[in-house]
Structure formats: C-alpha cells, structure tokens
Design a protein around this ligand. Structure first.
Ligand SMILES: Nc1nc2c(c(=O)[nH]1)N[C@H]1C(S)=C(S)[C@@H](COP(=O)(O)O)O[C@H]1N2
Ligand SMILES: [Mo]
Length: 251
C-alpha cells in the first residue's frame, strides 16, 4: 500500500493517540525476560532498563550544537539502485514496512515529512571515542508502527540499510520498548537541512538512549520479527555479528 498525503495525516493522528497498542501484548509477555538471562550483557540490559524506565535522553539547546558533526562508518553507498534514488532526490524511494504487520506499508519521503514531526537536539556517542551534538527531525517510529499494525508475535524492529561493510549488508535492530520511546524517530533532517549522504540519506534512525552504532543510516526497509535468530549472524546487527558489540547499547 502506498501512503498518500491524506493517509499519512491519518497515520500521524493515530500515532499520537495510541502508541503501539498492539505492541503492548508483546511487551507484557514475560517471555522476553526469560530469554537469555545467562549473558552478562543481558543482565546489564535488564538492570539498566529497570533503572531508566521510560526516561528521556538529555536534550540540548541550539547553542550546544557541535560546529562539526563527524560522519562515521559508511560515508557513501556504492549500490547502483541507491545512487539512482539519490540522484533523483529520493522522489522514487519508499520506505517499506513489512514482516509481522497487518498492513505492509510503502512510505514515500513526502509521507514521512507530513506526519507529525519531532525535533530533538541530542548527543551522539560513538564507541570509537567521539561525541557530537546535533539536531534531528522526523516522525516518531511508534506512529509508523501503529499505522502498520503490529501482529502479536512482533518483538523486534529490524532496519535494513542500503550499504554494505566488508561485503555484508548493514542492518540493526531494536525492541518494541525502544521503538515506542518518544525520542525514537526516523530522521530525514539534520541541523535544519535534509540528511546528506554521509549522515544516512534519505532517513536514519535516532534512538537516543543508545550508542552511535545503533543509529542506522540509509534505511530502506523496516521488518518486524519475532526473533533475531536466522537473520545474518543472528545477533541483531552488523557490529554485533562482526565485532562482538553488545546488542543492548544503552548509554
Ligand atoms: N547504515 C549504516 N548505519 C550506521 C553505520 C554504518 O556504517 N552504516 N555506522 C554507525 C556508527 S558506528 C555510527 S557512530 C553512526 C555515525 O553516524 P554519522 O555518520 O551520522 O556520524 O552511524 C551508525 N549507523
Ligand atoms: Mo560508532
């Protein structure tokens, strides 16, 4: 289904009203807490999440914004299909939302741009030892998931990206708690200008309570899944599969 402008406005209204209603079933299911308690990373996750609850990441003012925001990881996407979309100003691009949803979506950039927007000035922390404060704008991920309608089995939100690293497709994932957090947005604007290629055009994830490597750039498709097993290396992200980074990257 292609979302029209009118439909996108309805989506926005639905998203603002009841965030992720169908997601609550999955959240209340204690199976999440029975999964993999053995790992230290998991224990850290549960401890930290019990403390942070639904807290907001710190937001800053315009005066705090970094004069230079480093780009990291992929800076350019060689894939010919991506290059054609970029050359066309992403007018022929649509974000696919599929997997365990009642209504698979194909959302053009214009639809994402007319949904209710959130703007936030936050600090990005990369594990490689640098931070930068930038301004991000875009619709809340929760509103988009509400529009797609989560099936009861949906537990993870996977972001499939246009770039490859070391010949492997880049992907990342978060769970429904992070996905429905108010500061979790699909940013198409950075520092008051459309996202540039180095920073992830046409859209990138901002999941503000997590480290830099979770902030997936070049998102082409969002897939709702019950499990991360069987997807690439099975650990939920490129860095998790190939560098041993923790899936839970809470700051
Ligand atoms: N698709 C994709 N997303 C990605 C990466 C990447 O290489 N490819 N690198 C990650 C890392 S490690 C960081 S620190 C941030 C960097 O975002 P920036 O380039 O806007 O600074 O993007 C993250 N998201
Ligand atoms: Mo990073």
């Amino acid at each position: 289904m292609i979302l029209t402008r009118r439909k996108a406005l309805q989506v926005g209204a639905a998203g603002a009203g009841g965030l992720l209603l169908s997601g609550c079933d999955a959240l209340n299911d204690s199976q999440t807490f029975k999964d993999g308690l053995a790992g230290v990373g998991r224990l850290h996750e549960l401890t930290q999440r019990a403390i942070i609850g639904d807290s907001l990441a710190r937001e800053f003012t315009e005066a705090d914004m970094s004069p230079v925001f480093k780009a990291n990881g992929s800076l350019r996407v060689p894939d010919p299909a991506y290059r054609a979309l970029l050359a066309g100003g992403f007018n022929h691009w649509a974000l696919r939302v599929d997997g365990l949803v009642h209504r698979p979506l194909a959302l053009p950039l214009s639809a994402l741009q007319v949904m209710p927007q959130r703007t936030q000035i936050t600090r990005h922390d990369c594990v490689e030892g640098w931070s930068a404060i930038g301004k991000w704008q875009g619709p809340q991920l929760g509103a988009i998931l509400s529009a797609a309608g989560l099936m009861p089995g949906a537990r993870y939100v996977v972001f499939h990206c246009a770039d490859k690293l070391e010949g492997k497709p880049f992907y990342e994932s978060i769970d429904l708690v992070e996905a429905s957090h108010p500061q979790t947005i699909l940013a198409w604007r950075m520092n008051d200008a459309p996202l540039t290629e180095p920073h992830g055009a046409p859209i990138r994830l901002r999941v503000e309570r997590q480290l830099g490597y979770k902030q997936a750039k070049y998102i082409m498709r969002i897939e709702l899944r019950e499990s991360l097993a069987g997807l690439y290396g099975g650990k939920g992200g490129f860095w998790e599969d190939n560098r041993g980074y923790q899936w839970w990257a809470g700051i």
